[in-house]
Design a protein around this ligand. Structure first.
Ligand SMILES: Nc1nc2c(ncn2[C@@H]2O[C@H](COP(=O)(O)OP(=O)(O)O)[C@@H](O)[C@H]2O)c(=O)[nH]1
Ligand SMILES: [Mg+2]
Length: 232
């Protein structure tokens, strides 16, 4: 792997409740950046991140794996942390050493104990948080319900979608990126125009995103931070 200068290095912790899909997401990122030619599956005990025999046996992550991913001249050191609350130390340390945190949430189960625990640590270390709502292809998955659940669970935070789903459950087809205002289907490599029936919803969500970015920029400019927290 080539050498990267600090400006092109990112350390990102993947956290969330056990089974939300963190390890599978890391596998998909490795596949979509061509680091691997075939996507492994947790059930097949052949993912890159769950390399430990105990992890393969139990089908869960037991310790934090460090997975380098290269994307657009940037090296992203992904810290795939366990989700089980037994491994709080691993979760806390992954969050402490990261630059930002991705909280993975299951769109069927919504916010779970492991989600709250990871959020607490991310807040304590004042980490920027990105939420990935996962498993939208599963029965009973609901993007809006999960978003509302997040807002209720973490009222001090603003949740602004950057992508919205196309279809849901068995009809889940892909996502609309509200930055590029393009649709991405399947593995997401190919982009296309928005489906006509989602144009209005995408325009409205795009406006909310642009306004939130402008507001955040304004807040940053006037130096207001809002919530003060005590480290545990
Ligand atoms: N249907 C569906 N299953 C998923 C998805 N992501 C993960 N899974 C399954 O959910 C289970 C837990 O996934 P895993 O990546 O180990 O979750 P982790 O504990 O958060 O690392 C595995 O059986 C995965 O195959 C998804 O987007 N859709
Ligand atoms: Mg895992």
């Amino acid at each position: 792997m080539k050498e990267y200068v600090t400006d092109n290095l990112r350390n990102v912790a993947f956290v969330g409740h056990q089974g939300a899909g963190k390890t599978t997401l890391v596998e998909a990122l490795l596949f979509n950046t061509s680091a691997i030619s075939r996507m492994g599956r947790v059930e097949e005990k052949n993912t890159v991140s769950d390399w430990d025999d105990d992890e393969k046996e139990r089908g869960v992550s037991l310790s934090t794996s460090l997975i380098p991913i290269e994307f657009e001249n940037t090296k992203i050191n992904v810290l795939d942390a366990p989700g089980m609350t037994d491994f709080q130390g691993e979760i806390k340390n992954a969050i402490r050493v990261a630059d930002s945190v991705i909280v993975v949430v299951d769109a069927v189960a919504g916010v779970e104990v492991g989600t709250e625990l990871a959020w607490e640590y991310a807040e304590a270390y004042q980490q920027p948080i990105i939420v990935t709502i996962n498993k939208l292809d599963r029965e009973n998955a609901d993007f809006q319900r999960t978003l509302d659940n997040l807002k209720q669970s973490f009222p001090d935070y603003k949740f602004i979608p950057v992508m919205i789903p196309i279809g849901s459950q068995t009809d889940f087809q892909g996502v609309i990126n509200l930055l590029t205002m393009k649709a991405y289907y399947g593995s997401g490599k190919d982009r296309s125009d928005l489906p006509a029936d989602l144009q209005a919803a995408a325009d409205a969500a795009h406006t909310v995103l642009v306004e939130a970015a402008a507001e955040a920029e304004h807040e940053a400019a006037v130096g207001l931070r809002g919530v003060e927290v005590q480290l545990p």
